[in-house]
Design a protein around this ligand. Structure first.
Ligand SMILES: Nc1nc2c(ncn2[C@@H]2O[C@H](COP(=O)(O)OP(=O)(O)O)[C@@H](O)[C@H]2O)c(=O)[nH]1
Ligand SMILES: [Mg+2]
Length: 228
């Protein structure tokens, strides 16, 4: 089979499994978020800032994807919430089957929120639906402000843009106004939060977005199967 039909087949198989996962998340009212960024933009740091603000009885679990090592899972496990590392062994993204496998021995009834840290990459993860309610793209000010123009797919698909490392703005030539404008050009109406995982400035805005999203997941009605 040539590359294009094979890729199509892989993606449609992925979509089928992702659809199954989405139905399960909706049924159990579990908010699933898929965090995507280039390596080092601050996904794990954002999760650390999030977990330290949650009370220990919150029903939250995490899956973190990496090509190698379980360093991120170890960083996140310190907060006491269930964490699993998915090591892809070379693949540049998580896929729905990896999520389904990781959830096999985690009863979803015990969860309200599942946070997924994808493999650091702005291209491949945007094509693989994981059954999430929303994708969140993290861009740090240590990268170019033109990333939304260079990687339009992920900025188009993500519901929220987190602009991280704002503490570094005095030291870099990143134009945050342009970054916002480019993101909105790719995705009109996209929500944007500016924050620093180092100083915690702006992290409350992220927590407010998360609380709003969790509220709407709880309110969401399960659609009878077969209805769009
Ligand atoms: N100055 C600064 N450094 C940050 C911030 N957030 C993350 N970092 C650093 O950036 C590096 C990569 O962060 P990490 O969370 O591992 O990124 P990930 O690869 O997207 O998970 C680490 O050295 C972090 O300490 C921030 O807001 N400001
Ligand atoms: Mg990480």
């Amino acid at each position: 089979m040539s590359r294009v039909p094979l890729e199509k087949k892989v993606l449609s198989e992925n979509d089928r499994i992702a659809g199954r996962l989405r139905e399960r998340f909706l049924e159990r009212q579990v908010l699933c978020l898929n965090l995507i960024s280039s390596p080092g933009a601050g996904k794990t740091s954002l999760l650390e800032r999030t977990l330290e603000r949650l009370s220990p009885n919150e029903r939250v679990a995490l899956l973190t994807g990496d090509i190698q090592t379980d360093n991120d899972a170890r960083r996140l496990a310190r907060f006491g919430f269930p964490v699993k590392q998915i090591t892809t062994g070379g693949a540049c993204h998580l896929d729905a089957r990896m999520i389904e496998r990781a959830l096999a021995d985690w009863p979803l009834e015990s969860l309200d929120m599942l946070l997924i840290e994808n493999v650091g990459n702005l291209v491949c993860p945007s094509s693989y639906d994981l059954g999430e309610a929303a994708k969140v793209v993290v861009l740090s000010v240590a990268e170019g402000e033109d990333k939304p123009l260079k990687y339009p797919a992920i900025f188009f698909k993500a519901e929220l843009l987190v602009l991280n490392k704002t503490d570094l703005l005095p030291y870099v030539s990143f134009d945050i106004g342009k970054a916002r404008a480019y993101a909105l050009q790719m995705h009109p109406g996209m929500e944007i939060v500016e924050l620093s995982c180092k100083t915690s400035a702006g992290v409350d805005d992220w927590m407010k977005w998360l609380a709003r999203r969790r509220e709407s997941a709880r309110a969401e009605k399960v659609r009878p199967s077969g209805q769009a």
